[in-house]
Design a protein around this ligand. Structure first.
Ligand code: NA7
Length: 884
C-alpha cells in the first residue's frame, strides 16, 4: 500500500491551480459547504481541496460512510458488483483496494470509505454528528448562510448537497406505529451493536431490497418470523461469491479502459447491450437469454435480457413470467409462491432486488408470509400487529419500509434561495432541476445525483464521480473567468424537466407505484424522479452544456454577467436513438444513389420494422387512373367498430420518387385503428418515370373514384377526407384544391402530415434542420429534381401554398420540430387560416420528418398519432369514433 497522502497535500497546489485559491481562511467563511460524508461528499471534498477551495463537510453520522454508515441491517450489501462500485478517479486508489466478494457487505464498504477518508486526509474538514438545519441565500453577499443543529453558522460561497438519494427514512405510515412496547428496528437506522433475535418472535414489514436482504438472515436466528408483504417484489439470486473473474481480468489488463467504458455505458457498468426484441425472439432464444442473465446474478443483466423489455409490455411480461416461474419452483407451498409472485407492476419498474435464498426462506417451518393486500394491518399494538382476522404477538418489529427517495433529504434541510423561496415550496408539485444538478432560484447550489439525473438507475459511484467532476470543473471555470454566482435559467430548466419526462414517458416506469415515482410516500407528488436516458447520454448532455459556454446558466461576477440561454436536449429521446442507430448503419445518403437503388434500400429497411397494429381487414385492389390502373390497399377498422365508416384516401411519402403501398403500411394501420375510418392507401405514379403533374393527377382521380365507390368500399357516402405524409401530403393538398375547382367531390377534411407545400427551400427550418435528420435539404433537392422542372415548381399543383386557398376543407397539419419542412407546414396552416379554413396545427415536439411514421419503433410518436387520429375523427362529427 502506498504511504498515505498528507492531510496538507491540498496546500501543494500546482501553479495553475494556485490561481483558484480564494480568500479562504476567515473563520466561519468558506468557499464551499458540503452536506454528507458518503461516496459523494468525500469525493467532493477531495476535489474542492484540489481546486484550493476551503470547504467543510457536515454529516449527522459520527463517521464517514453515508448510506453505508446507517444501513447496518443483517445482510446489507450493495447490489452492483463491487468491482464496479468503487471510486475510479485515482488509479492508484483503485489498485490499492481489493474487494473480497462479488457483492461486498456493508461493513466492508464502510471500511473502504474509511480507508478513502484516511488516505486523502479528509477527516480534518468533516464535522461529524452535525446536521445542517438551514441554508439561506444572502442576496447582498452572494453567499449562503448555513446553520447547523449545533448552533454553528457559516458563510459559504457554494452549497453542495451530497446527501444521498436513499437517506431520509420514510416515517412509518401505519396506524399505531409508535405503540409497540417491544424492540423496534429500522433497517435504515440499525443499531451499531446489532440485534440478536435468537428465539424471538419477529415481524418484518416491507419486502423491498432491505427486507429481502435481511429476511433470510433474521430467519436464521428468529424463533418465529412473520413477513408482512404489501407488494411482492421481483428478486433474482445474487450468486454471491468471489468477484467475477471476467471483470477482474479486464481490470487487470486495462483498468483505465474498463473505467472509461463504465463512464460511457448506459448504466455505469460496461455492458454489451442487446438488440434482440423479446416480442420477436424465438422461445429458445428467450429462454437461453433469460437463463444466462439469471445465472449471472446481476441487475443490469436481468434488466437487459431484451432490448424492448423496458418499453414493451409484452416483452416485459416474458421476463416477468420467467421470474415468476423461478419463484414457483423455489417455494414449496403454491399459495405462498403465488403471494410472492409480483403481478401488479412491470419487471424493473420498481427497483428489482438481488437476494440470497430469499424465496427459499419461506419454506422454513417457522417463517410465515402475510399478504397485506388480503389481510391489511389495522393497527400496531403494544404487543404486536393486528389484522382484521388475526393478532400477531411479537417480541421484535423490523420496519424495512424504505425512504423518502431522491428529494426527501434535499427538502429536509430548510434551503431558502432568492426572494425567500424555499426548495420545499418550489418543489411542492415535484422537483424541477437543470441536469439534476442545479435549480432556478438557488444560485451556487448544487445537488449530487439529484432528481433529473441518472442516480438510482445507475451505478451510483460512476454517477457520483461524474457529478462531482462536473461541479468541480464548473467552479474552476467560473473562477478562471471571474464569476461569483451560477444559476440555471427558467428556459434551460423547463427544457430539462421536459426531457426527463420525455425519457420516462416512453418507458413502462411511470406505470408503477414505486419510489422512483414518489408513490411510496403518502401525499408526495407522482413524478418520475430519475433521468432514464442513460449515464452515457447524460454525461454527453452535461459535457455539451459546459462546452457551449455553460448553456442555460447565468453567471455573474464583478466583471459582468454571462448567459448563454437555451435548451440542451429538445429531441425526443427515442428519435435521437433511432437516428444514432441509423447513423451507425453507415448507409449512403439516398440522394447519392440511383433511383432504383434508393428504392431497394428503402424497401430493405422497411422489412425489418414492426408491422403496426391489427386492423379489421386489409384488401388490395386496383382503381382506374388517368394513365392505367392505380393499386390501392384498403384498411378496414377492427371488427369491433361497426360499419359503414368514413373513408380517408391516403397518399404515401417518398418525395414523389420512392414509396409504395408497403412503405406506409404501419402508419395506415395505425391511422385506421385509432380513427375508426377506412383508410384507402393509393399508390400513384412516381417520378422520374412519371414527372409532375402525374402524381397530383393520380391523387385527384383516386379521390374521385373513392367518392364514387364509397358504398361499395364499405364507406359512408359523403364522409370522405384526404390524407398524406410528406410528398403524399403535397398531392393530398393539391387534390383538395382540384376538387374545389372541379366542384367536387366534397371533402370533409385534409390531414397533412409534415407536408411539402412549396418549392422554396429557404425557410428557416431548412437552415436549422437541413442536415442530419434523414430528410435533408440535399434529399429534398434530389426529389424536386426528379419530380418537376424548375419552371413548374411554382405551379399550385406542385406548390399548393401558392394556390388559391379559399373554399378548402378543414385541415389538420402536422409540423415536426426537426424537419426541414416544418415551416412549410406552419406557413400552409397560417395561410389556410387566413383564408377562412378551419385549421388544427399539431406541433410534433421533438420529432423529425420521418419519426411519426415509425409506428412501434418511436414510442413518443404514439401520443402525437393519437392526436392526429382524433383530429381525423373530428372531420366526421356525425360518426362515432372508437373509444381511444
Ligand atoms: P423500498 O424498496 O422502498 O421497500 C420498502 C418496502 O416496504 C416495500 O415492500 C413497501 O411496500 C413496504 N412498505 C412501505 N410502507 C409500507 C406500509 N405502510 N405498509 C406495508 N408495507 C410498506 O425500500 P428498501 O429500503 O427496501 O430499499 C431501498 C433501496 O435501497 C433499494 O431499492 C436499493 O436501491 C437500495 P410497497 O412496495 O410500497 O407496497
Amino acid at each position: 500500500m502506498r504511504a498515505l497522502a498528507s492531510p496538507d497535500s491540498k496546500r501543494c497546489l500546482m501553479p495553475r491551480e494556485r490561481l483558484l485559491v480564494k480568500s479562504a481562511t476567515v473563520p466561519g467563511r468558506l468557499d464551499a459547504v458540503v452536506v454528507g460524508a458518503g461516496f459523494s461528499g468525500l469525493y467532493m471534498l477531495h476535489k474542492l481541496r484540489e481546486l484550493g477551495l476551503s470547504a467543510k463537510v457536515f454529516d449527522s453520522a459520527s463517521d464517514v460512510g453515508g448510506t453505508w454508515y446507517w444501513n447496518r441491517y443483517p445482510g446489507a450489501r450493495c447490489d452492483i458488483p463491487t468491482t464496479d462500485y468503487a471510486y475510479s478517479f485515482d488509479p492508484e486508489l483503485d489498485k490499492e483496494w481489493t474487494w473480497s466478494e462479488k457483492y461486498a457487505t456493508q461493513p466492508e464498504i464502510l471500511d473502504y470509505l474509511r480507508f478513502v477518508a484516511d488516505r486523502y486526509g479528509l477527516r480534518s474538514d468533516i464535522e461529524f454528528s452535525t446536521s445542517v438545519t438551514s441554508a439561506r441565500w444572502d442576496e447582498q453577499e452572494n453567499r449562503w448562510r448555513i446553520t447547523t443543529d449545533r448552533g454553528n453558522e457559516v458563510s459559504s460561497r457554494y452549497y453542495i448537497m451530497a446527501s444521498g438519494c436513499l437517506s431520509m427514512p420514510k416515517p412509518p405510515d401505519i396506524e399505531g406505529a409508535g405503540r409497540f412496547a417491544g424492540q423496534v428496528y429500522f433497517t435504515s437506522r440499525w443499531p451499531h451493536e446489532g440485534a440478536d433475535f435468537t428465539g424471538q418472535r419477529v415481524a418484518v414489514i416491507g419486502t423491498g431490497s432491505s427486507g429481502i436482504q435481511a429476511i433470510p438472515l433474521i430467519a436464521r436466528q428468529a424463533g418465529e418470523l412473520t413477513v408482512f408483504q404489501r407488494t411482492p417484489n421481483f428478486s433474482i439470486p445474487a450468486h454471491n461469491g468471489p468477484a467475477p473473474a471476467d471483470r477482474l481480468k479486464q481490470l487487470a489488463e486495462d483498468r483505465e479502459g474498463y473505467r472509461h467504458a463504465a463512464r460511457w455505458s448506459r448504466g455505469g457498468i460496461p455492458t454489451e447491450l442487446t438488440d434482440i426484441l423479446g416480442i420477436a425472439a424465438s422461445d429458445e432464444v428467450r429462454r437461453q437469454r433469460f437463463e444466462a442473465a439469471w445465472e449471472q446474478g446481476e441487475l443490469f443483466a436481468i434488466l437487459g435480457v431484451f432490448a424492448d423489455q423496458g418499453f414493451n409490455p409484452a416483452s416485459n411480461d416474458i421476463v416477468a413470467e420467467m421470474i415468476r416461474e423461478k419463484i414457483r419452483s423455489a417455494v414449496s407451498d403454491p399459495e405462498t409462491a403465488e403471494t410472492l409472485s409480483p403481478k401488479d407492476h412491470y419487471f424493473g419498474t420498481k427497483r428489482p432486488c438481488l437476494d440470497t435464498s430469499y424465496f427459499e426462506t419461506f419454506n422454513l417451518p417457522h417463517v410465515r408470509l402475510v399478504d397485506l393486500r388480503r389481510q391489511p394491518i389495522t393497527s400496531i399494538t403494544e404487543d404486536g400487529i393486528d389484522t382484521p382476522d388475526e393478532s400477531f404477538d411479537i417480541d421484535a418489529l423490523v420496519f424495512a419500509t424504505g425512504f423518502d427517495a431522491m428529494t426527501g433529504a434535499l427538502v429536509g434541510v430548510d434551503v431558502v434561495g432568492r426572494d425567500g423561496l424555499s426548495l420545499k415550496e418550489k418543489w411542492a408539485a415535484g422537483p424541477s432541476t437543470y441536469l439534476g444538478l442545479t435549480t432556478v432560484g438557488f444560485p451556487n447550489f448544487f445537488m449530487i445525483t439529484g432528481p433529473g439525473s441518472p442516480s438510482v438507475l445507475s451505478n451510483m459511484t460512476v454517477s457520483i464521480e461524474q457529478h462531482v467532476e462536473w461541479i468541480a470543473d464548473c467552479l474552476k471555470d467560473m473562477s478562471t473567468e471571474g464569476f461569483e454566482t451560477v444559476e440555471p435559467t427558467e428556459l434551460a430548466e423547463s427544457g430539462w424537466d421536459q426531457h426527463v419526462r420525455d425519457c420516462g414517458a416512453i418507458t413502462l416506469y411511470p406505470t408503477a407505484n414505486s419510489w422512483y415515482m414518489g408513490a411510496n410516500v403518502p401525499g408526495k407528488p407522482r413524478v418520475f424522479l430519475p433521468y432514464i436516458g442513460g449515464v452515457d447520454a447524460y454525461r454527453r448532455a452535461c459535457d455539451d452544456v459546459a462546452a457551449q459556454g455553460y448553456l442555460g446558466f447565468r453567471m455573474t461576477g464583478p466583471r459582468g454577467d454571462r448567459c448563454q440561454d437555451g435548451v440542451i436536449r429538445r429531441m425526443q429521446p427515442d428519435v435521437a436513438m433511432v437516428l444514432d442507430m441509423i447513423a451507425q448503419l453507415g448507409l449512403p445518403p439516398l440522394d447519392a444513389l440511383p433511383v432504383a437503388d434508393a428504392r431497394a434500400m428503402m424497401a430493405a429497411v422497411a422489412t425489418a420494422r414492426p408491422p403496426g397494429p391489427e386492423v379489421g381487414e386489409v384488401i388490395d385492389g386496383v382503381m382506374p387512373g388517368p394513365d392505367g390502373d392505380l393499386p390501392y390497399r384498403l384498411y378496414r377498422p377492427p371488427s369491433s367498430a361497426e360499419g359503414p365508416h368514413p373513408i380517408v384516401v391516403y397518399f404515401h411519402g417518398g418525395g414523389w420518387v420512392l414509396g409504395d403501398l408497403d412503405s406506409d403500411d404501419p402508419l395506415c394501420r395505425d391511422l385506421c385503428a385509432r380513427s375508426g375510418a377506412i383508410v384507402v392507401s393509393v399508390n400513384y405514379r412516381h417520378a422520374p418515370e412519371a414527372r409532375f403533374p402525374a402524381a397530383a393527377q393520380d391523387a385527384f382521380t383516386a379521390v374521385q373514384w373513392v367518392d364514387a365507390n364509397a358504398a361499395m368500399l364499405g364507406g359512408i357516402p359523403g364522409q370522405l377526407a384526404v390524407a398524406g405524409w410528406s410528398a403524399g401530403a403535397n398531392i393530398a393538398a393539391v387534390a383538395c384544391q382540384l376538387a374545389r375547382d372541379a366542384g367536387g367531390p366534397r371533402l370533409s377534411g385534409q390531414l397533412l402530415l409534415t407536408p411539402v407545400v412549396d418549392s422554396d427551400m429557404t425557410r428557416l427550418s431548412y437552415t436549422e434542420n437541413g442536415d442530419g435528420y434523414i430528410l435533408t435539404t440535399a434529399l429534398m433537392r434530389w426529389f424536386w429534381d426528379h419530380y418537376a422542372n424548375p419552371a413548374d415548381r411554382g405551379d399550385p399543383r406542385a406548390a399548393p401554398l401558392r394556390g388559391h386557398l379559399e373554399g378548402l376543407p378543414p385541415a389538420c397539419i402536422v409540423a415536426a420540430d426537426f424537419d426541414p419542412l416544418r415551416d412549410d407546414g406552419i406557413a400552409y396552416a397560417s395561410a389556410l387560416g387566413a383564408s377562412g379554413t378551419p385549421v388544427h396545427l399539431i406541433r410534433a415536439r421533438g420529432h423529425t420528418h420521418t419519426s411519426l411514421t415509425m409506428v412501434d419503433v418511436v414510442i413518443s410518436g404514439a401520443p402525437v398519432r393519437a392526436e392526429i387520429a382524433a383530429a381525423l375523427s373530428d372531420f366526421f362529427p356525425a360518426v362515432t369514433a372508437p373509444a381511444r
